[in-house]
Design a protein around this ligand. Structure first.
Ligand SMILES: Cc1cc2nc3c(=O)[nH]c(=O)nc-3n(C[C@H](O)[C@H](O)[C@H](O)COP(=O)(O)O)c2cc1C
Length: 286
């Protein structure tokens, strides 16, 4: 008698890995390293790539329309991008370090982040690998923090957040250690393991912190911590801004409440701002 085999259809279903490449450079480090990671992902998958620097992402107009459920008035590539992110099974974000931050396209996307609320339930918990490539020893600046902010506000599960020194195209893969790192990341993407950072915020791992008196505040999760005499970080208070979708959506509720507060204070607002209306001369390029 034939044995009934367990249904492995779900396991066989190819997954989609979305690579968000924030470098304009064809076959640069962001692109080649991401493709090398993909080669080592053991699960059957298709790699879809978006060169973020080719997208048209306009500046947020601060109309708050999306917060109250209206469509975004800006018709650009943001809808396409969010659709791809929502449909992917895992994401790799790779950015070059430009002037001590990630490529500016990352910030453009972040500034449209109120739109993330609409896909949060589909992105929460999805695995993501964050990669920064930098050319000069130690000059990473705040680039990792920017990618971690992107992941945090989409509720993604950060498998690894790495800063990799590589200046010339493909340099990240020219050493055995570099190639081994790509392999390790490929194997980790859909696994249950995370590649932990040695030092960083004890809540979320971010290495960029604000000094607040005798304590430190993480610039991503806003958790507060101190450092003991052994040099170990000691958690003091969770930041409270990150969490599962129902928690993150409280932020949207708060923003919706601001509409009411605006209405209540409208007279005072107008009294304050109108006197500035005709001051100075606005100039634009010829
Ligand atoms: C405009 C510009 C600014 C850069 N700024 C930095 C920097 O602040 N720190 C750094 O270490 N490397 C900097 N670099 C070097 C790149 O981060 C590095 O070459 C990286 O590998 C580029 O990634 P890609 O090959 O995927 O484009 C800069 C490069 C450019 C073109």
């Amino acid at each position: 008698m034939n044995k009934i085999k367990p249904d492995t259809a779900i396991d066989r279903k190819p997954r989609t890995v979305l690579a968000l490449i924030a470098s304009p450079r064809t076959l640069g480090n962001c692109e080649t390293f991401t493709k090398e990671i993909s080669r080592h992902i053991p699960e059957v998958h298709t790699l879809r790539l978006i060169r973020l620097t080719k997208l048209r992402i306009e500046a947020c107009r601060a109309c708050y329309g999306c917060v109250v459920g209206n469509d975004c008035p800006i018709r650009d590539d943001m809808e396409f991008l969010l659709g791809e992110i929502a449909n992917a099974d895992a994401i790799i974000v790779a950015s070059p370090v430009y002037y001590l931050g990630a490529n500016a396209i990352i910030k453009n996307i972040l500034d449209r982040g109120f739109l993330f609320f609409s896909i949060l339930e589909r992105t929460y918990g999805k695995p993501v690998i964050l990669l920064n490539f930098f050319g000069m020893p130690g000059r990473v600046g705040m680039a990792p923090q920017m990618l971690e902010t992107f992941a945090a506000f989409l509720g993604l599960s950060v498998k690894a957040s790495l800063s990799i020194k590589a200046a010339l195209p493909g340099e990240a893969l020219m050493t055995k250690a570099g190639a081994a790192r790509a392999e390790q990341l490929g194997k980790a993407l859909f696994s249950s393991r995370k590649i932990k950072r040695k030092k960083g915020c004890p809540f979320c791992g971010c290495e960029i912190i604000r000094v607040a008196g005798k304590a430190f505040v993480c610039t991503v999760c806003h958790g507060t911590f101190t450092i003991d005499t052994q040099g170990t970080f000691v958690r003091k208070k969770v930041g409270g801004i990150l969490g599962p979708p129902e928690h993150m959506l409280l932020h949207r509720e708060w923003l919706r409440g601001m509409k009411q507060r605006f209405a209540e204070k409208k007279k005072e607002i107008m009294r304050t701002i109108i006197p500035y209306k005709n001051e100075g001369e606005w100039i634009e390029p010829g």
